[in-house]
Write a protein that binds this ligand. Structure first.
Ligand code: S3P
Length: 167
């Protein structure tokens, strides 16, 4: 079964996902990267041209391709678990791991690369913190349905070592 890594933008899904996949000889995938490659355009362009709802459909369809896929780890987008019952689907079809992070930690990480994220690219720093706090409140109850919850602020390369016992 696949490992599905979930958590807010900037919580380290791609960074740690690559490290853990290598440590455990899993194939690494990034959902946003797959969508961008399939579409031949950036996430920003998809949002601008076709809207968020269209993007959420693409996310779900792309996620479904992981049905029954073995030995792989997928870094999801921050919103992936929160639409179209994707969290339930992931819990039934893989091992879900949530990287739990505080708003301040997230702010420090996303403000460096705000441009490539359509939900936040028009916000100034104080609007950004407010947005993160609000969205986290909405999303945390869903993220916390993951089988494994890890503290995003104290991770190392061994944090996911015991993943097999949850599969
Ligand atoms: C989103 C997070 C992004 C990307 C899109 C929407 C979200 O992924 O899927 O911009 O709704 O939180 P990252 O979490 O990898 O930045």
């Amino acid at each position: 079964m696949p490992v599905f890594l979930v958590g807010f933008m900037g919580s380290g899904k791609t960074h740690w996902g690559k490290i853990w996949a290598e440590e455990q000889q899993l194939d690494f995938y990034d959902l946003d990267e797959i969508i961008q490659a399939d579409q031949g355009r950036s996430i920003n362009t998809i949002f601008d041209a076709d809207g968020e709802e269209f993007f959420r459909k693409l996310e779900t369809v792309t996620l479904m391709r992981f049905t029954g896929k073995e030995n792989c780890l997928l870094a999801c987008g921050g919103g992936t678990p929160c639409y179209n019952n994707n969290m339930d689907w992931m819990n039934n079809n893989g091992t879900t791991v949530y990287l739990d992070a505080r708003p301040g930690f997230i702010l420090d990480r996303v403000k460096e690369e705000i441009d490539k994220r359509p939900l936040i690219n028009k916000l100034n720093e104080s609007e950004l913190l407010f947005f993160i706090e609000q969205k986290l409140k909405e999303r945390v109850p869903i993220y916390r349905q993951a089988k494994i919850v890890l503290d995003a602020e104290s991770l190392d390369k061994n944090s996911l070592m015991n993943i097999n016992k949850y599969a």
